[in-house]
Design a protein around this ligand. Structure first.
Ligand code: C2E
Ligand code: MG
Ligand code: MG
Length: 762
């Protein structure tokens, strides 16, 4: 019954009960009644047998009486002795036998000779010979001992009751003078008379059972009663049937009863089922459905519908369930309060702000918001201890509460607060902001903290587009970032930084850079690096170009630093590496060129560059010695160890190291020496003043000498004019990279350039 519905279980339970009930009636009560009825019928049959025996017994007695009357009589005695006609004349009238109710009367003498015979009932015997034959046939049965006899014998005319008695004198003395035989024909008339007396239809047949037999069939008890029980000698039996009245009645009654019970049971089953369903199951299902709905809606205010007019257990259950729901709502409320409140300042928290925006989305009016962020909060905590930090936050929270009026304040981060006032403008909030700054500073001074400052961002949310928690937080984030970026201790409004925010620009740039990476907006230009005498293109530097779909060409000087800041440079760098090697590989082999690519600081610390480099070299088969990796001098300072590791790893592969923009940074020569460089690229700023500027000339001359002494390959960047070229040629064997030979050009132009220069040489 595990997976069944209550309705089905109920149905089965009721059905089982009814079947049990019927079973008890069928197997216990019915047999009892049947047994009872059989007993009653048996008694009735017994009575009937008694009555039949009695009827025949009486008849026999009657015949016996007649027999005694006629045989114990001196007249009769004399008659069989002397055969005096007078006896017959006096005693045997026409109707004597009929009156006596006897079929035949035969007087025999001592030798069993027929003295006189008289027949009634045997109408078939009209001839004297026949009578004689019949009489002789009968007297065979008379026994020789001469005692009285009663029997039933079969004759040609059917069975007859045969009775005999010795004929003696009236006083009974003396010896018998003969025998008197009385015959009673057991024909239809006799049987009818006996049946009438016994009150049942009797028939007679030759003996088939030695004793009383009662055969039962469905309706009757068929009795065979041997006549030996009545007569001394009889090979006949009486047959009659007794209706099994009790049995048949009980059977009919039980059958009708069972049918009635079955119908009643079925009816009961249906009514019970219907009632239980109506009173219990249906209502329970109603409650279950309501609970399901409540669970689905997840609305803690919903309750099960009550029916006050039904005061029963189910109603009590519904009430209890509602009480559970009440308790749950209460718990939820309490945990919400806990979840919505900051435990230190007791101010609402970030969740509460969000909830406020979601639950009351009033988009009609303008809302003034102010985000406040403590400057250097961590340092204060570290320096003065967490207790002081907490005290500062608590103090600040109390100030916010003081100013908030109808507004709303919350602590939305460790050192971040928000102040919302539905009616105030930027100007009004500015006043509060200044006041807060002053309050904090004064509090700090009292605590011995000299310069506590705040970064505050103010915004006015106007119109429906601003009225969402996300938009509000994003805008406050922008102003606060800007305030922090422009040196902290600032009160800025979103309005004033809207157009010029670096932060916003950076955000936009980030989005665009990601887009550019995905949509292949980058391209590589290549600038030839040549040895002037004899003229030969020795290598190319890959320089990235960005064709922004809206802004057009964006200089790498602008977006590379942003990409670095945002951590996107590794992706850009990998792209450059793979693209440059694939594009230049063929030219590098054909024109014996090296390929120089730029890497930035972030890539040096990021292992993924080295992995990508090895993988690309292995995949393309590009010879490592033809690859120069440019590291910018200004970035080299700082993390020496990591840089050395990086350089060693590159060298192990066989790649050359080039120091870019030499002269911009402040690295010492000895330090540079420790890096095991292959190439130094002198920044274009040194070349700009050549040949006019004496100082520049001296500097450049000195650099050439130094690097040549150190055995480094030199590349001079930014050579534009012939005079500059002449100077470089005069003082060094440096390679040249500059507009004088070529600007950075796309790969197909590089192809032309290379072919042209080779041709010119020839
Ligand atoms: P850089 O590596 O020093 O590249 C040389 C810069 O000088 C290039 O500017 C080039 O166009 C410019 N230049 C070359 N010859 C002359 C000349 O005769 N006169 C003048 N005025 N300029 C000359 P570009 O392409 O704008 O690149 C600027 C900087 O962006 C590069 O300086 C490099 O630091 C960075 N950069 C470019 N491509 C990549 C790159 O793929 N990855 C990285 N990490 N940085 C790159
Ligand atoms: Mg470079
Ligand atoms: Mg450079």
């Amino acid at each position: 019954m595990v997976g069944l519905r209550v309705q089905t279980k109920l149905f089965i339970a009721i059905a089982v009960n009814i079947v049990l009930f019927i079973g008890v009636i069928l197997f216990v009560i019915k047999p009892y009644f049947v047994e009872k009825s059989i007993e009653q019928d048996r008694a009735m049959t017994h009575d009937q047998i008694e009555s039949v025996s009695e009827v025949f017994g009486n008849h026999r007695l009657m015949l016996e009486r007649i027999l005694v009357d006629w045989s114990v009589w001196t007249d009769a005695y004399d008659f069989v002795q002397n055969q005096n006609e007078a006896f017959i004349e006096n005693n045997m009238g026409e109707e004597t036998l009929e009156n006596l109710g006897v079929g035949a009367m035969i007087f025999l003498d001592r030798d069993r000779n027929v003295v006189y015979s008289e027949f009634t009932q045997f109408y078939e015997l009209d001839r004297e010979e026949d009578k004689e034959i019949f009489t002789n046939d009968l007297i065979r049965y008379v026994n020789s001992s001469g005692i009285k006899q009663s029997a039933v014998y079969g004759t040609d005319f059917g069975p007859v009751v045969f009775m005999s008695h010795p004929i003696v004198k009236s006083d009974g003395t003396g010896e018998s003078g003969g025998t008197l035989v009385l015959i009673q024909k057991i024909g239809p008339d006799f049987m009818a008379a006996m049946s009438a007396q016994a009150k049942t239809i009797l028939s007679i047949s030759p003996l088939s059972h030695q004793q009383l037999t009662v055969d039962l069939d469905n309706q009757f008890a068929r009795v065979s009663l041997p006549l030996q029980s009545v007569y001394q000698d009889a090979n006949w039996e009486l047959n009659f049937s007794v209706k099994r009245m009790y049995y048949t009645n009980t059977q009919t009654m039980l059958e009708t009863g069972m049918l009635g019970l079955l119908v009643l049971g079925l009816g009961l089953l249906l009514t019970l089922f219907w009632s239980v369903n109506q009173i219990v199951t249906k209502r329970l299902m109603g409650i279950v459905n309501e609970l399901k709905w409540i669970t689905k809606e997840r609305n803690s205010r919903l309750r099960i519908q009550l029916h006050p007019n039904q005061q029963d257990e189910i109603e009590e259950m519904a009430i209890s369930m509602n009480e559970v729901l009440d308790a749950l709502q209460q718990t939820q409320k309490e945990s919400l309060t806990r979840a919505f409140r900051d435990s230190l300042t007791r101010l609402p928290n970030r969740l509460a702000v969000e909830e406020m925006f979601v639950s009351s989305p009033d988009t009609t009016r303008s809302i003034g918001v102010m985000g406040i962020d403590f400057d250097n909060f961590r340092r204060i905590n570290d320096q003065f201890g967490q207790r002081t930090g907490d005290a500062m936050l608590t103090f600040f929270a109390s100030r916010l509460m003081f100013y908030k009026e109808d507004g709303f304040v919350a602590r939305i981060g460790a050192d971040e607060f928000i102040f919302i006032h539905p009616e105030w403008t930027t100007e009004e909030l500015m006043i509060i902001a200044n006041q807060l700054v002053k309050d904090l500073r004064e509090w700090g001074l009292k605590q011995g903290m000299n310069h506590l400052t705040l970064s505050i961002g103010i915004d006015e949310l106007t119109g429906p587009t601003h009225h969402s928690y996300e938009v509000m937080m994003a805008r406050l984030d922008v102003v606060l970032h800007e305030a922090k970026a422009s040196g902290k201790d600032q009160i800025l409004s979103y309005h004033e930084i809207e157009d010029g925010s670096h932060y916003l620009q950076a955000l936009e740039m980030e989005r665009d850079l990601r887009h550019a990476l995905r949509h292949d907006e980058f391209e590589l230009y290549y600038q030839p690096i040549v040895s002037p005498q004899p003229f030969q293109v020795r290598g190319v530097e890959a320089l990235i170009r960005w064709h922004h779909p809206q802004k057009g060409f964006v200089s790498p000087g602008v977006f590379i630093p942003v990409a670095e800041q945002l951590g996107l440079i590794s992706d850009v760098g990998r792209w450059v590496l793979v693209r440059a090697i694939t594009e230049i590989q063929e030219y590098a082999e054909r024109f014996d060129l090296f390929l120089s690519i730029n890497v930035s600081k972030r890539q040096i610390v990021d292992d993924s560059f080295l992995e990508a480099l090895e993988e690309t070299l292995a995949k393309t088969g590009f010879p490592p010695h033809r690859l120069h990796v440019e590291i910018t001098e200004s970035e080299v300072g700082g993390n020496v160890y990591e840089l050395q590791q990086f350089i060693q790893a590159l060298k192990a592969i066989g790649v050359k190291i080039s120091l870019d923009d030499f002269g911009v940074g402040t690295s010492s020569l000895s330090y540079l020496q420790s890096l095991c460089l292959d190439v130094v690229k002198i920044d274009q700023n040194f070349v700009k003043g050549i040949p006019e500027n004496k100082f520049d000339r001296a500097l450049l001359e000195g650099l050439y000498q130094t690097f040549q002494t150190l055995g480094l390959e030199i590349i001079t960047e930014g050579v534009e004019r012939p005079e500059q070229l002449a100077f470089v040629l005069e003082y060094s064997g440096s390679l040249i990279q500059g507009y004088h030979y070529s600007k950075p050009i796309p790969v197909d132009q590089l192809n032309l350039y290379l072919r042209k220069t080779v041709m010119t040489q020839i």
